[in-house]
Design a protein. Structure first.
Length: 90
């Protein structure tokens, strides 16, 4: 049996995964910049930064829009983690 590294399908899928990973990092960074702008505006207006109701609406909307194969439970876990990371970074 040959090594996976020499399999053209494995190589192609790994390249696609790597490209997708780069897109994810770019998207998360873009989201973080938007959140930083939102935080600065909220601070200037005297608004609370964290809006738990908005976070709940976001999670519900994304769960409804999610076509899969990511499960709803995993989607919610992913976004709870992303929200916490974003708040920490902002």
């Amino acid at each position: 049996m040959s090594a996976p590294d020499s399999d053209p399908v494995v190589r192609e899928l790994r390249e696609q995964i790597a490209a997708t990973d780069s897109e994810l990092v770019e998207t998360v960074n873009r989201r973080l910049e938007l959140v930083r702008r939102l935080k600065a505006h909220k601070d200037a207006q005297g608004f609370d930064f964290v809006d738990r109701a908005q976070e709940a609406r976001l999670l519900d909307r994304l769960a409804e829009e999610n076509p899969g194969p990511l499960s709803e439970e995993s989607l919610r876990e992913l976004y709870r983690t992303l929200l916490e990371l974003t708040k920490r970074e902002a």
